[in-house]
Design a protein around this ligand. Structure first.
Ligand SMILES: CC(C)(COP(=O)(O)OP(=O)(O)OC[C@H]1O[C@@H](n2cnc3c(N)ncnc32)[C@H](O)[C@@H]1OP(=O)(O)O)[C@@H](O)C(=O)NCCC(=O)NCCS
Length: 191
């Protein structure tokens, strides 16, 4: 496990499907994720199984975000996907804190710094990229704070709430991150 100040990143386990299911079909949350379509409990059990297999095969790292100071609750998810072990790049495809009441409290930034430290200082990736809807100012502000840079806009790429939305492409190089944040301390139970 990799720990920040308030969270740790850990692999998903069997009964996490129930916790994710309790948040997953909320449109407020799902509108930010790759698919807004509802999921069944079986879908999420399968998702946990598939993500665990991908983790073992090193094709995707899908982490649960666990609050590590008080509740030890699973509060969100984040991943590194489309990993190239040749070019040493990866994309962040999903990132969310499930409950709106837990957003804006620093968990997201702590998660992103912990994830980037893992990507650059543990598995030696060279560049991490992502795409974010251009109106998502909170997420873009957080990414900029974590050394991501705007690399351009894809116009009207997604359809959301009856409107077409622009999408901003962002990336961060290992050296950008190290220059600003260095090598972060790891939690005690590193796998
Ligand atoms: C995006 C998300 C994961 C961020 O997590 P969070 O816990 O809410 O974020 P934090 O509290 O750690 O945010 C901290 C940073 O975000 C930035 N930020 C927050 N609100 C902002 C705003 N309105 N404008 C600009 N930047 C903002 C700041 O850099 C802030 O750092 P600071 O507090 O040190 O100034 C979370 O809000 C979420 O789950 N949103 C819904 C799903 C989503 O949008 N996912 C991203 C899809 S690409």
């Amino acid at each position: 496990m990799f720990s920040g100040k308030y969270i740790r990143l850990r692999r998903l386990e069997g009964n996490d499907a129930d916790i994710i299911f309790s948040h997953w079909n909320n449109y407020e949350l799902r509108q930010y994720l790759p698919s807004p379509l509802p999921s069944s409990k079986d879908d999420l059990t399968e998702l946990v199984r598939v993500k665990d297999k991908s983790f073992r095969e090193r094709s995707e790292f899908f982490f649960g975000i666990e609050e590590c100071c008080t509740s030890k609750e699973l509060i969100g998810i984040v991943n590194l996907e489309s990993i190239s072990w040749v070019s040493r790049h990866a994309f962040i495809g999903s990132f969310c804190i499930f409950k709106p009441s837990l957003r804006g409290k620093g968990y997201g930034k702590d998660t992103m710094l912990t994830l980037l430290d893992f990507a650059f200082n543990v598995i030696d990736l060279h560049v991490i990229a992502l795409m974010v809807e251009s109106h998502n100012k909170q997420a873009i502000g957080l990414y900029e704070d974590c050394c991501f840079t705007n690399r351009g806009t894809m116009r009207e790429l997604v359809y959301r709430n009856g409107k077409r939305c622009d999408v901003t492409m962002m990336d961060v190089l290992k050296k950008d991150f190290i220059d600003r944040y260095g090598i972060l301390p790891k939690g005690e139970n590193v796998f």
